[in-house]
Design a protein around this ligand. Sequence first.
Ligand code: NAD
Ligand code: GLY
Length: 379
Amino acid sequence: MSSLTVPVSFGSQERQYAIHIGNGILGQLGIFLETCFTALPKKALIVSDSTVWPLYGVQVEASLEKIGLSVEHLVIPAGETSKTLETATHVYDAALRQGLSRKDVMIALGGGVVGDLTGYCAATYYRGMPFVQIPTTLLAQVDSSVGGKVAVNYQDVKNGIGAFYQPSLVLVDLEVLHTLPRRELLAGLAEIVKYALIEQTALGTETPASETTFFQFFEAHTHDWENHLSTIVARCCNMKAVVVKRDETEQLSQTASGRICLNLGHTFAHAYEALTNYSEFLHGEAVAIGMIQACETSTLMGLIPPEMLVRVKALFEALSLPVRPPRVFPAENLLRLMRKDKKASNSQLTLILPEKTLGTVTLVPNALEDTVRSVLAIH
Ligand code: NAD
Ligand code: GLY
C-alpha cells in the first residue's frame, strides 16, 4: 500500500519525524515504527476513545504485536470532557500498571482530544517518553496531530495545562474517515480551507503564477475534494510543518509569519464557542464563520478588495461551510470575549486578517472595535 511522507524537522537531525499519509495503512503501524526507532520499544500503551477503539483498536494492536511489542490499551469516554488532568491520571495509572519505561511508547488513536491528552501524558510521564499520533478525525489529521501542542483543559481554561512536545511519528490513514460523521468531516474541512487562506504567509513564498494555489485547487474541486484527500492532507501538513519549524514554541507573536497565522478566524470562533458554552458549534464550524468575519473586517478596513470577500464566500458556500452565525449573538458579549483572546494585549483586539492577495494574512494589533462590531452585526 503506497503512502505519502511529509517530513517535519526542527533544525537538527535528532529532532525530526515523519507524517505518513495513505489509504488503509493502519495495519502498517508496526513497520513504520521499526523504521523510526533505532532501538524498538518493548511495550506500547494505546490510548483511544469509546467510539474509535471498537472501530480500529484491534487492527492497531495487532500491528504492534506483530513486531513483538507487548501491548495494553486504555479507552476513555469520547468527547472534550475527557481532556482533563483526571483522565491524565488514568493514563499514568495504566502506564504504571503496565510497567512502561521512558524507552517504551504511547500511541494516541483518535481525534484531537485523544491526541492532545496522550501527548500531554507522554510529555510528563517520567519527564517524557516517545509517543505516536494516529489521528482519526480530519481536523486531527491536518492540525492537532502535527506540531507538538499537547494539553488538557483546566478549570475553565481550554488547553490550560500543556507543553510543546513532538511525536515520534504521525500515521494518517484516510480510510478511517469513512466512519467519521459528516458534520465532523466538514468541521475538519474548515481548518483545511484555512490553509488556503494563509498559504503564502505560511510558506513564506509567493506561489509561482504557473502553479495552482491551494485556494484555486479548492475552487476547481468543490464537488470532488474528497477524492483528493491524500494531496489535500499532505499539502496542509506540509504548510503546518513549515510554520512550526519557523516558530516551534509560538515566540513570533508580533508577526503573522509565526504560528499565530494558524489562528485565522479563531478570535471570532473562540468567542462564539465560549458564548455557547462549547455546546452549539463544532470548532471548525465556528472557525469557518470566524474566517468569513475576518475577511469582512479586512474588506471594511480596505485590506482586501470586496471581490475577494465574494470569492471566499462563494467557495465556502460551494463546500457547504457556514458563512454566518445561525442566529443573532449580542456583539458586545462577543467583543468582551474577543478582548480576552491570547493575542490581545491590554485588552486591545489583535486579529489575524487577510490582506492584499488570497493566501496572505497580516497581524493587526489594535483592530478598531467599531469595525469589528459592525461585522458582528452582519446577518
Ligand atoms: P474529538 O477528538 O473529540 O473527535 C470528535 C468526535 O469524533 C469524537 O466523538 C470521536 O470519538 C469521534 N471520532 C474520531 N475519529 C472517528 C472516526 N474515524 N470515526 C468515527 N468517529 C470518530 O475532536 P477533534 O475535532 O478531533 O479534536 C478537537 C480537539 O483538538 C480539541 O480539544 C482541540 O482543543 C484540539 N486541537 C488541538 C490542536 C493542537 O495543535 N494540538 C489543534 C486543533 C485542535
Ligand atoms: N493549532 C494551532 C497551532 O498548532 O499552533
